[in-house]
Design a protein around this ligand. Structure first.
Ligand code: DC
Length: 239
């Protein structure tokens, strides 16, 4: 008698996972996008996912402190995350919301969604699925190296002085004529740091095996080159 053993394994085609975590306005998004280009990898901006769920919940006038209602909103709508011309594009029910999710009100409300464990669980699942379909990925957020991809090949944690981060955020906002003062921007960033670091689930923290890079005195190209060199170095040692 022949016994047939069926072994199910979860195969992913991902060869390289690089995670970049860090506080708001530390340059993660731009650096992750450019590093992904250099490595020929896909890029995932996980903050955009939290923002998209926030926007959907706001449009539905959901009570943002009601976790089950947030989960319903996540399940009720069809979210699509894609990368076009190196930019992360997001649609909700086939409507492009790539720009709308950057609205200051969405930024301010995202902390409710970020603190909802059931929503985080679903989003982490989506992030892993996104990676599983790709050969190489650079993913950025708050919990990528600690929770979503704890076995990542290379983990970075980007930091910068709050004053420098506020200056960078101002430079971005000025082009959008937002009218916020530097002090207001820094205060808002520090409040976001507090809520990111102190939530119970997926808090912002440095993974034990992450490489910490202080970007205060570096420009974007210098950061990208530094990270690129480190990835190459680490990968060549692993072979
Ligand atoms: O990086 P960002 O500013 O686009 O993030 C938007 C919000 O989502 C912010 O409140 C932090 C949260 N976030 C998170 O909790 N976990 C992630 N992996 C990414 C973002």
């Amino acid at each position: 008698m022949v016994t047939l053993f069926l072994i199910f394994e979860f195969y992913t085609m991902t060869d390289l996972i690089v995670t970049i975590d860090g506080p708001a306005a530390s340059g993660k998004s731009t650096v992750a996008r450019l590093l992904a280009q250099k490595l020929g990898a896909s890029f995932l901006d996980t903050g955009a996912m939290y923002r998209a769920v926030t926007l959907a919940a706001m449009k539905d006038r959901v009570d943002l402190s009601n976790e089950d209602a947030l989960l319903d909103a996540l399940q009720r709508h069809k979210f699509r995350f894609s990368v076009r011309a190196g930019r992360m594009c997001i649609s909700i029910d086939a409507v492009d919301v790539t720009d709308l999710i950057r609205h200051p009100q969405v930024t301010a409300n995202a902390r409710y969604i970020a603190a909802a464990p059931k929503v985080r669980e679903k989003l982490v699942e989506m992030q892993r699925r996104f990676a599983a379909d790709r050969e190489k990925i650079v993913t950025e957020g708050r919990d990528q190296g600690t929770v979503a991809f704890a076995d990542a090949d290379v983990k970075f944690y980007l930091t910068a002085d709050p004053a420098e981060r506020a200056r960078r955020r101002q430079a971005e906002l000025e082009t959008k004529d937002d009218g916020e003062t530097l002090e207001q921007t820094q205060k808002a960033l520090e409040e976001r740091d507090q809520s990111d670091q102190n939530r119970d689930v997926g808090p912002l923290k440095t993974a034990d095996d992450a490489i910490i890079v202080d970007t205060t005195h570096l420009d974007i190209d210098q950061v990208v080159d530094k990270l690129h060199g480190l990835v190459k170095d680490i990968c060549s040692k692993k072979k």
